[in-house]
Design a protein around this ligand. Structure first.
Ligand code: NIG
Ligand code: FE
Length: 404
């Protein structure tokens, strides 16, 4: 396997605490050796070993690829009018999901594939090397199954979100919809999904409905995640902890008890600054979570309703500016925190043996991610060939290279 050495790194963030230089595992004037799969060596630039290929970082900062642990990338249509109304004071209540469901049901698979690919490319341009993708904009058996298939073409971290909201045709039969999700829909989607998610909130599913769906999903072999406490103190966090979900996402309404429960659990609190920004919500209390010792992840929540955001650097900038996170905390949460939210130990860091997902910045320090919002701050993304190749997405579903 060919080896590559990246030299002249002004600031190398490994997130490898075993290096004994703090939790960020940060080295200055450093070098990094990788092969096509893994990190092989990390150390001082002066000691860098020879390799088949050399990449001169030219005194720029290097970070692990971002792990975006929460997206809804597969959808059709857009909802900019809803966004404009919110900027003029309208509240977000999840009602617009039905609009995206209608356009997604009507879209061809080729259109969905093409737009998902564009969003995935945009994420990668901003340094995202691992992405979770949810279904949830079809809300019927065939449609959810189709979205799961398309999501699988772009990620190994695929989440079944049949329980996003109750679709229009079931408004008078919520129980019937929960049965559909727990039964035929789950049976169809579980074999091609790793995760199940439920929007447990006001206007979506209550705690009992969510528990029934998540319990069925767990029995079907899926691991769990929850959209919780975005719109109210609706019990989503306690439920996520009760069921050992890997992550509970949004967490805008956060009591001290919620934080205590998170701290005593293996459930990560995933914060979504793009959603708070685009709904004019009060930002989640990142600082309170951190000060009490909870594990926090940051993700884009890319979706057409609450967060049409494909830039992880933008997410970091808001987390620092408006959620009062330290730059290093935000960087850790968008890399190693995202990995924890996906229960992955091979991504989100650049310790020896980690997946060789490396981002070279166009800046001498990683702090520029937040310091220069809107700039094209990512110079080069080096990631392990797999889903991605230099010519396009490798589609496991079709066994060919997609170069759309
Ligand atoms: O993560 N909160 C629920 N789901 C999405 C938004 C869905 C939509 O409005 O289209 C979210 O914010
Ligand atoms: Fe979401």
């Amino acid at each position: 396997m060919a080896t590559r050495v990246i030299t002249n790194i002004s600031e190398l963030t490994t997130n490898d605490a075993t290096l004994d230089v703090g939790v960020m595992g940060r080295l200055h004037d450093a070098a990094l050796v990788i092969d096509d799969a893994r990190v092989l060596w990390v150390g001082p630039n002066a000691d860098a070993p020879a390799a088949d290929e050399m990449i001169d970082a030219q005194h720029s900062a290097v970070i692990p690829g971002f792990v975006d642990s929460h997206t809804h990338l597969v959808f059709a249509g857009e909802r900019s009018e809803e966004f404009e109304a919110r900027m003029n004071g309208a509240p977000y209540d999840g009602g617009g999901i039905a609009t995206t469901v209608a356009s997604t049901r009507a879209a061809s698979s080729d259109e969905l594939r093409r737009t998902t690919e564009k969003r995935r490319r945009d994420l990668r341009t901003g340094g995202v090397t691992t992405v979770e993708i949810k279904s949830g904009y079809a809300l019927n058996l065939e449609g959810e199954s189709r979205l799961i298939d398309i999501a699988n073409e772009f990620s190994d971290e695929v989440t079944f979100l049949g329980a996003h909201v109750v679709p229009p045709e079931y408004v008078d039969d919520r129980e019937g919809y929960v049965d559909l999700v727990c039964g035929p829909m789950l049976e169809s989607c579980a074999p091609r999904s790793k995760w199940a998610d439920v929007f447990c909130d006001r206007g979506a599913f209550d705690v009992d409905e969510s528990r029934a769906i998540l319990t069925a999903a767990k029995a079907a072999g899926l691991q769990l995640r929850v959209h919780g406490n975005q719109l109210g103190s609706t019990g989503g966090i306690a439920l996520a902890v009760e069921l050992d979900a890997a992550s509970v996402d949004h967490c805008n309404f956060l009591s001290d008890l919620d934080i205590d429960q998170l701290c005593a659990s293996h459930t990560v609190a995933t914060l979504l600054p793009g959603a708070d920004f685009s709904t004019r919500a009060d930002y989640s209390s990142a600082r309170r979570l951190r000060d009490r010792g909870a594990v926090v992840a940051l993700a884009t929540d890319c979706n057409p309703g609450t967060s049409y955001v494909t830039s992880m650097p933008f997410v970091l900038a808001i987390a620092v500016r408006d959620m009062h996170m330290d730059v290093d905390d935000a960087l850790w949460s968008a890399t190693r925190g995202g990995a924890a939210a996906l229960r992955r130990s091979d991504v989100g860091h650049l310790g020896v043996g980690a997946k060789a997902d490396v981002v070279i910045l166009d800046a001498p320090r990683a702090a520029h991610l937040a310091y220069r919002p809107g700039a094209s701050i990512v110079r080069q993304v080096i990631d392990v060939p797999g889903n991605w190749s230099s010519t396009g997405w490798f589609s496991r579903a079709h066994g060919r290279i997609n170069n759309v």
